[in-house]
Design a protein around this ligand. Sequence first.
Ligand SMILES: Nc1ncnc2c1ncn2[C@@H]1O[C@H](COP(=O)(O)OP(=O)(O)OP(=O)(O)O)[C@@H](O)[C@H]1O
Length: 477
Amino acid sequence: MSALIRKVWQSVAHRSGSTSKPGPNPVSDYDRFLQMMYIQTSSTGEFDRIPLDIFTQILKMLGPRESARLRAVCKSWKFLVSDNRLWIYFLQHQPEPWDSVFFSETHLRSGYPLQAFPAQMQDLSFMHIYGQRVEVPGAIIIDGGSGYCKYGWSKYSSPSGRSATFLEFGNIESPMPSRLRHFFSTICSRMQVKTSSQPIVVTLPLCHYDDTESAKGSRRQLKDAIYSTLFDMNVPAVCAISQATLALFAARRTSGIVVNVGFHQTSVVPILHGKVMHKVGVEVVGMGALKLTGYLRDKMQQNNIQFDSLYTVRTLKENLCYVALDYEDELSKDMQASFSVSPTSWFTLSKERFQTGEILFQPRMAGLQAMGLHQAVGLCMDHCHDAGLTADDNWYKTVVLAGGTACLPGLAARLEKELYSLLPSSLSNGVRVLPPPNGTDSAWFGAKLVSNLSTFPTSWCMTRKQFRQWSKRKVLW
Ligand SMILES: Nc1ncnc2c1ncn2[C@@H]1O[C@H](COP(=O)(O)OP(=O)(O)OP(=O)(O)O)[C@@H](O)[C@H]1O
């Protein structure tokens, strides 16, 4: 106790020292109001004489568990302990970044479909939210990309493993139950988890984009196959969400355009309130990570740079390549740089460093008849504008980059610059392009936000029983 009092005294002394004028510390109106309420609710005897901020300081030092217990003492302690600012402080001192916690608890807690108007801070009890978040069971997150799968436990700070999907599992976008089962059970055994003990959050790949009945049918079929495979493996609850939507959540947005530079292709996905706007149109460019690696390989061969495997080329791409802000200008510079792929092999690249990423904007350089990335995004913005879905036309002006290739330095700035020169000012005004929020793992981190919500799994997952009922209803109708 004496140590605690000493700590409080030190922090109060520090607080007094930080004010420029001697005398009493400035007290906010809100603090005065709280103090009044505190005294009015009921008396705490001698404790009434403790100024509110010192009381709060004591609670902060006691920590969340002890503070929560103090609610049982009396009405005024309960009133004080429930103060949102105290619990925001505790949440800010958790491993999860506060921005993400705040975004997810205000925008995502109600589940899917999202509420168009996020919850206001004053309507939320952060004490309650803190308590619920502590109780959340956690989930296995599986982001099965067409090139690489990222998986891991939602309570960990990043994915615990990756595997090359295309080499090991083939096309996991196929709704074949045996293929899906093999994929999910291999990942779970690698994580050494029993499928029956926790919910699974799985990402839905970006495929079957069109707004046609047949594309809708294919999307539904894939989603059904994922749910039924996982329920057959005794998973208690499953949540399947689009990769693009999750990448947007990771950027702490619920509306915007996600540009996913994928393994085989690039998708430009308009999303409004968490929902992919198929009716507006998803633009697809037939170029992705694989093409960039292939282009760099060709360039290295042309320039007589010897390498032993495609792995070397990929490593050089990831470590030396970038996107020039002005391609022509960059050509006139000496941009030579070296990287060691292994202790004995050093590689030096020069123009290849920015020529590789340039094919995203000038696909013809790689012999491709396709739109440049900026043209695809511009077209998507045009469609969003024409669709007139909301009174406020700004929702599509935030562009979020996702996918490993989107980690190329300079990509966000170049795309933004190209959009400003391509689009009329009415469309380009206010456009912002954000780099991938969590590097190569945006979708995985978006799923982590959902999995750690105070309302998880109830608000986001389907249970096996709900799935069976839902499937039966579908058959009847
Ligand atoms: N810093 C980097 N710079 C450039 N490329 C990178 C970087 N980091 C990763 N990549 C590339 O990203 C690719 C993998 O991307 P990603 O993990 O997004 O694929 P995916 O999720 O399987 O794709 P899809 O979205 O099609 O399912 C690899 O080819 C890798 O070389």
